[in-house]
Design a protein around this ligand. Structure first.
Ligand code: NAP
Length: 289
């Protein structure tokens, strides 16, 4: 059985990756502040601890999902962002290449500028904010270390959350109201993708490891703005949609791309496709939260 190491196993994506992959693989999951058994605590900023962990566990593949992924936090904390998103990723890429471990680096649609969608895996990256720039730099370092290393670009994620505010999608449910008018971005086009569909896709790729290497895009295909998502949530929660106001100009502090639609041509070639209807999936999240 393949042994898979997973960083970021305490995070939004990592928790579902862990739960899904343990059914088919031996999984060694690591987190940082939130790590409790069976997950291990591993500070990716501590290079000796990383080396010792790899020596001890000797995985066949490593999914690297740990990152600082909030664009506004990245702008305000550039040093910590570069240390985790770039330096730690580059170090893992080098250590994995030396040990013949296939690294799978989770990246983002924010490496693109959003001006010319849809983006193929081979499209030129041009990130608009520090978060996207840090992920692009890490992508380049990962690919430079081994042709067996892979980049997995994903769009905005939702799924099982520890609190609704954990995901940039479900947080919208905490911002709308049954009685007061609230305004929501109607400029940026997003493709919310369920973390379980990312996990199913990675499971399928890991079962055919000969296909790994290079860049993959994983994305659901329902295009919507945060305002559109707010309307769907209002419907689910029984709030009047008339209280929702669309904002037709960009409104967030770190620059965001307009539309980074990811074309998943490599997955299509491999016949791997996982997706779900947004409103139905969201209903079960909002009504059980
Ligand atoms: N969420 C999205 O909408 C989205 C969209 C596009 C791409 N992505 C990418 O998907 C990946 C997963 O994102 P996510 O949403 O699951 O992130 P998340 O929920 O914010 O989780 C971040 C993870 O990184 C870990 N971490 C932070 N500092 C660390 C350190 N010094 N050493 C070791 N681990 C550390 C955290 O551990 P503790 O919590 O235990 O400290 C946590 O497990 C990231 O690469 C992100 O860039 C996410």
């Amino acid at each position: 059985m393949q042994k898979i190491m997973l960083t970021g196993a305490t995070g939004l994506l990592g928790r579902t990756l862990y739960k899904t992959l343990v059914k088919d693989f031996e999984v060694v999951g690591t987190g940082f502040n939130r790590a409790t058994p069976p997950l291990y605590q591993l500070d990716l900023g501590n290079q000796q601890a990383v080396i010792d962990f790899l020596e001890q566990h000797q995985p066949d593949a490593l999914i690297h999902a740990a990152a600082e992924r909030k664009p506004d936090v990245c702008e305000n904390e550039p040093e910590q962002t570069i240390a985790l998103n770039v330096a730690a990723s580059e170090f893992l890429a080098k250590q994995c290449a030396q040990r013949d471990i296939a690294l799978i680096f989770i990246s983002t649609d924010y490496v693109f500028d959003g001006k010319t969608p849809p983006y193929l895996e081979s499209a030129q990256a041009n990130p608009l904010n520090l978060y996207g720039q840090s992920k692009q730099r890490a992508e380049q370092a990962v690919l430079a270390h081994s042709t067996r290393h892979s980049i997995i670009r994903v769009p905005v994620l939702y799924g099982d959350v520890s609190e609704l505010a954990e995901s940039a999608v479900s947080v919208i449910a905490t911002q709308i109201s049954a009685t007061q008018t609230t305004a929501h971005d109607n400029w940026a086009v997003r493709y919310p993708t369920h973390v379980e569909d990312i996990a199913f896709t990675l499971r399928d790729l890991l079962k055919r490891p000969e296909n790994l290497g290079g860049i993959f895009h994983i994305s659901d295909n329902q295009a919507m703005s945060k305002y559109d998502m707010a309307c769907i949530m209002a419907d689910i929660l029984g709030y009047p949609q008339s209280l929702l106001e669309p904002l037709d100009e960009p409104s967030q502090s770190a620059a965001r791309p307009h539309d980074c639609a990811l074309a998943d041509s490599r997955l299509k070639q491999l016949g791997i496709a996982h997706g779900r209807e947004f409103k139905e999936a969201l209903k079960s999240i909002l009504l059980t939260a």
